[in-house]
Structures are given as C-alpha cells and as structure tokens.
Design a protein around this ligand. Structure first.
Ligand code: HEC
Ligand code: HEC
Ligand code: HEC
Ligand code: HEC
Ligand code: HEC
Length: 223
C-alpha cells in the first residue's frame, strides 16, 4: 500500500509537535514566574496620597513610635490610621502650616477621616488580624519592610497567599518574644531563635485521620 505521508512530512510533524510543546511550557513558565514576581503585586509602587507624608521624616527622623499613628496594631484586626487631629497637633502650632495641609483641615471641618490610599489592602475574601501577629511576636518589618526609612510608603512584600503560607507553615524563625515586637534594633540572640511556644497556640486537629495545622487551614484566612 502507498504511503499517504512522506518521511519528510513525518519529520516536519514531529518538529512542529516538539516546537509546540516547547512553546506551551515557555508560556506556562513565564506566566508562573510573573505571578510569583513582585511586579505583579505592585511591590515598590507608591500610591497617590492627598498629602506627601513621609515615614522617613516622622517614624525615622523624629523617631515617632508606629503606635502613635497606628493605635490598633496590638489590640485590633485593623492597624488604624491617624486622624487629622493627630497630624495637626504638630502642624497647626509648632510648624508653619502651608497649603499642602489643606486636605487635613478639610477632613477636620467635615468630621471625616483623611482619605489615605492603601498599598497593602487584601481582597475582601481574605481575613487578616494585626493583634494576632503582634501578640505572636511578628514584627511590622516582616510584612511591611523598613517603613521608617521610606520617604513614600510602598509595599515591601507581595502579601499574597504564598507569602502568608510560607510563614504559617513554620512561623518560629520569624517570631520574637512578644515584648520585643516593637523594638527597632532587635537582634535575635542564640537560643532564643526557636520561639515555637509563642506560636501555634491554636489547637491542631485531625481531618480524615490526617493532622492539619489550623495555621494553614483555608478557613483561618477565608470565610
Ligand atoms: C506620624 C504618623 C505616623 C507614624 C508615626 C507612622 N505612620 Fe504609618 N502611616 C501614616 C500615614 C499618614 C499613612 C498613610 C500615607 C502613606 O501611606 O504614606 C501611613 C501608612 C502606613 C502603611 C501603609 C498602609 C496601607 O494601607 O497600605 C504602613 C504599612 C505603615 N504606615 C506602617 C508604619 C510603621 C511600621 C510605622 C512605625 C515604624 C509607622 N507606620 C509609623 C502615619 C504614620
Ligand atoms: C510630633 C510632631 C509631628 C506629627 C504628629 C506630625 N508631623 Fe509632620 N512633620 C513634623 C516635623 C518636625 C516636620 C519637619 C521635618 C523636617 O523638615 O525635617 C514634619 C514634616 C512634614 C511634612 C513635610 C515633609 C517633607 O517631606 O518635607 C509633611 C507633608 C507632614 N509633616 C505631614 C504630616 C502628616 C500628614 C501627619 C499626620 C499623619 C504629620 N505630619 C504628623 C512633625 C510632626
Ligand atoms: C503578618 C504580616 C503583617 C504584620 C506583622 C503587620 N502587618 Fe500591617 N498589614 C498587613 C496586611 C496583610 C494588611 C492589609 C490588611 C487588609 O487589607 O485587611 C496590613 C495593613 C496595615 C495598615 C493599613 C491600615 C489597616 O489596618 O488596614 C497599617 C497602617 C499597617 N498594616 C501597619 C502595621 C504596623 C504598624 C505593624 C507592626 C506593629 C504591622 N502593620 C504589622 C500585614 C502585616
Ligand atoms: C512571619 C510570619 C507570618 C506571616 C508572614 C503571616 N502570618 Fe498570620 N500568623 C502568624 C502567627 C505566628 C500567628 C499566630 C498563631 C497563634 O495564635 O499562635 C498567625 C495567625 C494568623 C491568623 C489567626 C488570627 C486569629 O484570629 O487567631 C490569621 C487569620 C492570619 N494569621 C492571617 C494571615 C494572612 C492573611 C497573612 C498574609 C497576608 C499572614 N497571616 C501572614 C504568622 C504569620
Ligand atoms: C494564611 C492565610 C491563608 C490561608 C491559610 C489560605 N489562604 Fe487563600 N488567600 C490568602 C490571601 C491573603 C489571598 C489574597 C492574595 C492572593 O490572591 O494571593 C488568598 C487568595 C486565595 C484565592 C484567590 C486567588 C486569586 O487568584 O484571586 C483562592 C481561590 C484561595 N485563596 C483559596 C484558598 C484555599 C482553598 C485555601 C486552603 C487550602 C487557602 N486559600 C488558604 C490567604 C490564605
């Protein structure tokens, strides 16, 4: 019986299949790399703010404690944002007030909060709690970077699910004694690195005979 396809056509088909498979892998790998990269999560990009506030000036230079403006971090899910009064306490009397503080006076007159933009906001389906992390000895810089050195606030980590889970699988290396959680010059000393007792207080449980850590259970972060 006569051959329908010549050996050359056969070779071309093989080549096309190999090139096709290569392309599929390349596109898949690039998409994977992109999603895992910081760029896809806007790491390092400042948000437009009503006033060009600088953490480097206030938390760095003036040395103000984070809790002075973000009073909720130890007690509440939200860190909280400073009110216009908090800023005007200094910028009304002590330092010359220029036009750039107009948004603060407008907010004060309306009795409304200042409209700061967020660089860290999670989607609504994810749940986060500052007090749980502060009490477990996880420092601000672990998730937000060295904020006190930032002239404009930017995201330092992706804050995506992979980032959360990397730590939730083994939090101990990123935990300090809770009393040292706000210290800016904390240096872990030998022997205090394994702080397991501070974490994993949530009871472990079994699911179909497999032990599951509540730290990685979906419903811990999604409801
Ligand atoms: C004088 C008040 C003040 C102090 C002190 C201060 N912050 Fe802020 N913080 C702000 C303001 C105002 C914003 C909103 C504008 C901006 O993002 O720059 C902000 C925004 C942030 C954000 C971004 C929030 C978001 O929604 O994305 C983080 C993170 C943050 N601060 C962490 C810190 C940390 C950590 C410290 C201590 C090292 C600190 N702040 C000290 C006033 C302050
Ligand atoms: C404890 C007093 C204090 C508080 C509270 C405070 N500031 Fe300031 N702020 C200062 C001082 C002092 C400077 C001047 C720093 C300099 O010129 O080196 C300054 C400078 C600034 C500048 C000019 C910064 C620059 O880059 O030159 C802006 C804008 C500003 N503050 C906004 C705010 C806002 C918004 C808040 C509230 C979230 C706030 N400040 C709270 C003391 C304060
Ligand atoms: C384990 C990671 C983690 C740690 C530690 C952490 N944060 Fe956050 N922070 C986040 C996430 C995630 C968000 C966004 C929360 C959301 O959208 O629900 C956020 C939001 C914020 C905001 C915006 C206002 C708000 O409450 O949403 C501020 C301000 C802030 N953090 C300050 C701080 C300060 C100050 C500390 C240290 C005392 C700190 N954070 C520690 C992850 C962290
Ligand atoms: C560097 C470590 C670390 C990172 C990063 C981290 N966590 Fe946690 N998380 C912890 C520790 C430690 C606890 C406390 C567990 C305990 O109570 O013993 C915790 C507890 C929690 C809880 C339980 C709070 C409660 O109600 O008891 C939630 C929800 C949570 N984390 C969400 C997140 C989310 C969402 C992210 C990512 C944006 C994140 N975490 C990133 C270490 C981390
Ligand atoms: C430690 C906290 C944490 C745990 C545990 C967790 N997630 Fe998430 N998840 C997040 C955060 C934060 C986001 C939002 C950022 C992102 O999309 O990566 C997210 C996003 C998602 C998304 C949306 C992805 C998208 O592209 O929009 C899905 C789906 C999801 N999670 C499913 C799960 C499932 C299923 C589990 C259990 C196996 C789980 N998550 C456990 C924190 C968590």
């Amino acid at each position: 019986m006569a051959q329908i396809f010549t050996p050359r056509a056969d070779a071309r088909l093989r080549l096309a299949l190999i090139v096709g498979a290569g392309l599929v892998i390349l596109i898949g790998a690039s998409a994977f790399a992109w999603v895992r990269s910081g760029t896809a999560w806007a790491v390092g990009e400042p948000a437009p703010q009503p006033i060009p506030f600088s953490h480097a000036v206030h938390a760095g230079g003036l040395g103000l404690d984070c809790r002075f403006c973000h009073a909720g971090v130890e007690r509440m899910a939200g860190a909280g944002m400073p009110s216009a009064e908090t800023c005007l306490g200094c910028h009304d009397r002590v330092w010359n007030v220029t036009a750039q503080f107009a948004p603060l006076r407008a907010a004060l007159a309306r009795g409304a909060p200042v409209q700061w933009s967020s660089v860290s906001r999670l989607p609504d389906h994810a749940r986060f709690d500052h007090s749980a992390h502060t009490q477990a000895g996880v420092a601000c810089s672990t998730c937000h970077g060295e904020v006190q050195e930032m002239p404009r606030t930017v995201k330092a980590e992706t804050l995506n699910m992979g980032f959360c889970l990397d730590c939730h699988r083994d939090p101990a290396p990123n935990q300090r004694p809770a009393a040292a959680v706000m210290a800016r010059d904390y240096v872990p000393t030998d022997g205090t690195r394994d702080l397991r007792p501070y974490g994993l207080q949530v009871q472990r449980y079994e699911h179909f005979g497999v032990e599951v850590s509540p730290m990685t259970r979906c419903s811990t972060c999604h409801q």
